[in-house]
Design a binder for this molecule. Structure first.
Ligand code: EPZ
Length: 438
């Protein structure tokens, strides 16, 4: 059997957990690192599959990748041979979304790139028209042929670009290409997520000239060359939020360390609203929930609104809250795939038009055999299993391993009864072990 999680629910999570580097900042930063022929020392890199697949693809085009430890890597683009076609393609890179950051990085530095169309979680159509619009505005010709995005430019000239959709990926990708274009670029209606700011700060640390990241207007003055840098990636807002929800829904008491509380404001506000307690310090948040939580209304929005990547985890929490809640998913068109799985545990959800879920809170979930439909939905099902009565198995956890480092280990550190198994025998051993003294 493929790897699965086996979980025995019903125990409050208590103790401390340390959050790793932000996956969605790391993917942009690591891709951008090939834009210098200097040496980039990057730490707080999350050891997750998406990052490891991207590094492998970068190695494949000749970048120097020296993994000093799980969380530290030295990267340089100096050995990339740009004389031939720069083609990024392999079976693994086709599965991740962030392959597209190599287009912006290679186009910016070499004025050409050929990258297989991005994969990623099936949470919607996920077009890249805004990325292409930005590259074309900078003077590149971009075509999609035989499953590749092929971009090239005689030269890249700064432009005034207005994004039709607030897009994290397009904002980062255009920022990268424009950072080495000639002249000034303005990106209007830019995404403002913390990881956009982190990528901009990283590019500036290599010698780029980017102002306004974190606002909806980013101004870039292109430079010819980047130099060495040392950089540390920000903590992962969504990993932190996931553990905050896990603490609340299991009525636990968890100190979540190595976070930037400001990045968690929308999550903390909603948890407080439904009756959890959230205590903030400089680089940690403590979440406790002693009694049953209450209902609320959520609408996912670009940062600083409630993050779409926390929608499934919040839904699981509201599924056990008192009263009726609603969640409207305004970013992606197919992000309620976990509902069918949750219903197997006794949840009472109704999906209505305009991408809204009506959630009728139930007293409890019961354990069931589940399948993770995507990364964040998978993490949400783990949370539901930790709060449920009895045993749950979750298959297709490869999705979860793409974005969460040592997830089961960290949950065990909080008293969670969860094990990653790859055989029925091991699953039964876990059930026997926890059944007798659980
Ligand atoms: C990034 O995806 C993240 N992935 C997603 O996280 C996250 O959910 C999303 O941003 C929103 O915050 C990575 O960073 C690798 P978008 P991305 O471009 O860049 C539409 C996770 O769980 N759109 O901001 O693909 C798009 O269809 C993952 O870690 C266009 O129409 O998201 C969507 O409706 C899941 N045209 C909306 O914009 C485009 O050219 C937001 O997408 C690009 C996007």
């Amino acid at each position: 059997m493929n790897q699965q999680y086996v979980i025995k629910g019903g125990r409050p999570l208590t103790g401390e957990v340390v959050i790793g580097g932000a996956k969605n900042a790391a993917l942009g930063i690591l891709a951008a690192a090939i834009m210098t022929d200097g040496r980039c020392f990057i730490d707080n890199v999350p050891d997750v599959r998406d990052v490891n697949v991207l590094l492998q693809a970068m190695d494949g085009i000749g970048a120097t990748i020296d993994r000093k430890s799980r969380h530290e890597v030295i990267i340089s683009g100096k050995d990339i041979d740009a004389s031939g076609d720069l083609i990024v393609d392999n079976e693994y890179i086709r599965k991740i979304r962030a392959s597209y950051y190599l287009i912006g990085a290679l186009l910016g530095k070499y004025r050409k790139a050929q990258v297989v169309l991005p994969g990623g979680c099936d949470i919607g159509a996920r077009p890249i028209d805004q990325h292409i619009k930005g590259f074309r505005a900078l003077g590149a010709t971009v075509k999609i042929e035989q499953g590749y995005v092929i971009a090239e430019a005689e030269d890249l000239i700064g432009a005034h670009i207005y994004l039709d959709v607030v897009s994290v990926g397009a904002t980062i990708n255009i920022m990268m290409a424009a950072s080495m274009a000639k002249g000034h670029t303005i990106i209007e209606n830019a995404a403002k997520e913390p990881h956009i700011v982190d990528v901009a700060n990283f590019l500036n640390s290599m010698g780029a000239n980017i102002r306004g990241a974190g606002t909806d207007v980013i101004r870039i003055k292109g430079v010819e060359q980047f130099h060495d840098t040392e950089y540390s990636i920000i903590p992962d807002q969504i990993e932190a939020g996931t553990f905050m929800m896990a603490a609340a829904v299991t009525h636990g008491d968890v100190l979540i360390r190595n976070v930037i509380p400001k990045h968690l404001e929308a999550i903390s506000a909603k948890l407080t609203e439904i009756g959890a307690e959230v205590e903030e310090s400089d680089d940690a948040v403590r979440v406790t929930a002693t009694r049953r939580l209450k209902h609320t209304q959520i609408k996912t929005l670009p940062y600083p609104g409630f993050p779409t990547d926390m929608q499934p985890q919040m839904a699981v929490t509201l599924g056990l809250s008192k009263g009726t809640s609603t969640i409207t998913e305004s970013i992606f068109e197919n992000r309620f795939r976990y509902v069918d799985e949750l219903v197997k545990m006794g949840a009472n959800f109704k999906i209505v038009e305009s991408n809204t879920a009506i959630i009728y809170g139930v007293e409890k979930y019961t354990g069931a055999k589940l399948e993770a439909p995507d990364l964040r939905a998978g993490a949400a099902l783990v949370i539901a299993a930790l709060a449920a009565d009895g045993y749950t198995t979750i298959s297709e956890i490869g999705y979860i391993l793409r974005g969460y480092e040592r997830f089961d280990e960290k949950l065990r550190g909080l008293g969670g009864l969860v094990e990653m198994v790859s055989s029925e025998k091991d699953a039964n051993k876990f059930i026997y072990k926890t059944g007798t003294n659980g």
